[in-house]
Write a new protein. Structure first.
Length: 140
């Protein structure tokens, strides 16, 4: 049967929908973030040699599928890694802003939102570690 990449993309969209982004993200952007999460899952669980991107296919109905049946904890891990990737992309844009000046005023600490994003990334990294260690089949 496999795992629906399209469903994972929608879940990632739902989990990040309230975060402002410097540009509107396309379906391809979300697809790439989920693929990044899949790669991290296979690398972190010492299965890098069996990962094959060609096992992701687009079906006639337009949905994307990964030919492996991922367990619920593996899906959660993929989503956490995809969220980390998402927030790192947002942070790289916010991190470029430090302050700016207009004819009327000077704004400092315009990079303050980065602190909040950094906390989100740290929290997700912690959740990723916890999820990984709960997948005992890979940690023994």
């Amino acid at each position: 049967m496999g795992t629906s990449i399209t469903e994972l993309i929608q879940e990632l969209r739902d989990q990040t929908e309230w975060q402002r982004t410097p540009v509107e993200l396309s379906d391809k952007n979300y697809y790439d973030m989920i693929v990044y999460g899949l790669k991290r899952l296979y690398i972190d669980t010492q299965r890098a040699s069996v990962y094959d991107k060609s096992t992701i296919e687009q079906r006639e109905d337009g949905t994307f599928w990964f030919d492996q049946d991922l367990l619920i904890d593996e899906k959660a891990y993929v989503l956490i890694c995809a969220q980390i990737n998402f927030f790192k992309k947002v942070a790289s844009d916010v991190n470029n802003i430090v302050g700016y000046t207009t004819d009327a005023l000077t704004v400092t600490n315009a990079d303050k939102p980065y602190a909040n994003i950094k906390d989100s990334i740290s929290s997700l990294e912690n959740e990723r570690r916890i999820t990984y260690y709960k997948m005992v089949r890979f940690t023994m």
